[in-house]
Design a protein around this ligand. Structure first.
Ligand SMILES: Cc1ncc(COP(=O)(O)O)c(C=O)c1O
Length: 385
């Protein structure tokens, strides 16, 4: 085994498996020349609503737009505060700032990587209007706690579900809902590496509230309900027909994709079970995990050494994320720290995401695990802490 074939995400391998169907779907869009708002956009939107068991899906240009449209549809105003996790991808923070609001950062749990719900309440002020939770790496936040707080303080909740499409949230009474369909609005990205992904940019919002759906649809289309009559200030954010056609094919395989990634995660779990310095991702009782990422924590201070060691052998790995939001140059001065953010800082020094995708072979994983073991040993010998 060598590292040559190992990829962080194998988009080409997955394409080859579905080539016949994907090529035919793309060809039919080209034949129709309905590149914008073609039938495939309607078809995919309908199928996604069915998959998520949610009444309204609004397609849009990407996951960042979806977040912006959601905030605009909720009519949040400059000066409002929005609570967000400090350890996250920056998209949600960015749109909050761009709309003139203040992101209030709350620490995450270093075990689940998601917002620590016990720390939200103390971050709430009389300006707080919403909470954006991010279901990071493939597993949801503790939504019952979030929704209870939102109810008590009259806050909107947006679920950024770009990384956890397909995960099931399990209520304490046994009911289940798809991630992203629990709060006022869920948003997602179809960026090529995401759990449900297209071959370019794409995104969507979903909601059970008809008026929010209608407003979101208008905002994504220049604020117009009928052509050239602009009722709201909007933007131009569309899901291309070609991307919708690809997504419509891939949506049928979501269960297979999740199963393949879960199998790979279980292999890693098993293979790392006797590694003292490395913690495998925790599973929470209230959510299934779709393993957008398989993120381990290397607590002995050897993370960077391990990553360098793997890199020299050609094994890819990623640090999601190297800095918490409060340490980002652009956001230092425009965010408020809603309490102590120690765990977010710590995670940025410990996390390492390993190759994880639907095509990952056990032999590749075996090789990765073996080399991580070697790296940890070499780090000790080099006196790396
Ligand atoms: C959690 C999260 N939110 C939002 C986004 C933004 O999605 P997009 O790149 O489609 O704008 C991403 C994408 O990387 C993400 O991971």
């Amino acid at each position: 085994m060598s590292a040559e074939r190992i990829q962080m995400v194998d988009l080409h391998g997955q394409y080859l498996r579905l080539k016949g169907e994907i090529d035919a779907a793309m060809q039919s869009v080209i034949d129709s020349c309905a590149f914008i708002n073609g039938n495939q956009v309607k078809s995919f939107t309908f199928h996604l609503a069915d998959y998520l068991n949610v009444p309204f899906v609004v397609p849009c240009g990407n996951g960042t737009d979806a977040l912006q449209i959601a905030l605009m549809a909720l009519e949040l105003k400059p000066g409002d505060e929005v609570i967000l996790p400090a350890f996250t991808y920056v998209a949600a923070v960015e749109v909050v700032v761009m709309l003139g609001m203040t992101p209030v950062l709350v620490d995450v749990s270093s075990e689940t990587f998601n917002i620590n719900t016990s720390k939200i309440e103390s971050a709430i002020s009389d300006k707080t209007k919403a909470i954006i939770v991010v279901h990071l790496f493939g597993q949801t936040c503790d939504m019952e706690s979030v929704m209870a707080l939102a109810k008590e303080y009259h806050l909107y909740v947006i679920e950024d579900n770009a990384q956890s499409m397909g995960a099931d949230y399990k209520y304490s009474d046994g009911r289940k809902k798809k991630a992203g369909t629990i709060a006022d609005i869920g948003t997602t990205s179809f960026f090529p590496s995401k759990p449900l992904a297209c071959y370019g940019d794409g995104g969507a919002l979903y909601t059970s509230d008809e008026s929010l759906a209608e407003k979101s649809r208008m905002i994504a289309n220049h604020g117009q309900q009928t052509k050239y009559h602009h009722k709201l200030i909007g933007c131009n954010s569309r899901l291309d027909t070609l991307q919708a056609a690809i997504l419509d094919v891939k949506l049928k395989y979501m269960a297979d994709f999740i199963e393949a990634r879960t199998r790979a995660a279980e292999f890693y779990d098993w293979a790392f079970s006797d590694f003292e310095e490395l913690l495998v991702p925790m599973r929470v009782p209230y959510s299934t995990h779709v393993f957008h990422q398989y993120t381990v924590r290397i607590r002995s201070g050897k993370r960077d050494f391990v990553q360098r060691y793997l890199k020299e052998l050609g094994i890819p790995s990623m640090i999601y994320y190297p800095l918490p939001v409060q340490a980002q140059e652009a956001y230092k001065k425009v965010t408020r720290e809603g309490g102590d953010l120690t765990e977010s800082v710590r995670l940025c020094k410990e996390v390492l995401s390993l190759p994880m995708h639907t095509e990952l072979a056990e032999s590749e994983q075996q090789y990765i695990v073996e080399k991580i073991k070697e790296a940890l040993q070499a780090a000790s010998e080099h006196g790396e802490k």
